[in-house]
Design a protein around this ligand. Sequence first.
Ligand SMILES: Cc1ncc(CN)c(N)n1
Length: 225
Amino acid sequence: MSTSYGAAFALMRESASQAWRAYTRHAFVEGLKDGSLSREAFLHYLRQDYVFLIHFSRAWALAVVKSETHGEMRAAVATVNALVAEEMQLHIGICEAAGISQEDLFATTERAENLAYTRFVLEAGYSGDLLDLLAALAPCVMGYGEIGQRLASEASSQTYADWIGTYAGDDYQEACKAVGILLDNALERRLGKDFTTSPRWPRLCKTFETATELEVGFWQMGLTP
Ligand SMILES: Cc1ncc(CN)c(N)n1
């Protein structure tokens, strides 16, 4: 499944396999799959995730700043647009239907687990180059792509079908593939074809693993409204 999101992602995922499993098979995810997740926890998670996506969009905007080619800029801009114009729309729509206005959403008090994750990603970008930033961004993008695909085929309930459909859908899956290509090309450009032999590779894998662990913390936070 992971190979469709590029060579580097598959290797990073493998190097963080334990954390990756904890992230993509978390109890929150399983609750979305069988519909057992409480509505209260889901709406609490969505509110936090809306705030998450604001900062995540800022991090992708930083990827535009850190780009070295027009192609990299285009890929980063496309992701900013997908986040702001499409993914956040899911949150606005579901919350509106539940009586939570966009204003209320924007005013959500950020939980510590949320703050830790997004500021870790932003810091990776502020103090590093595009590779450091992409290593921190990739678990978020591709993890939900993988979760969406699995849940679309395994879900035993329709309760969270909208959410699952967004991440299993063509638009989101294409975005994952595009980020996989961006990551592969950015690595090759800066570290060469054998990028895994670069002294930077272990650190990039570590950044990927830390971001994956922060995803686990985010799900856990979702379970405790
Ligand atoms: C915490 C988190 N991680 C990933 C995604 C998918 N972009 C998200 N919406 N929220």
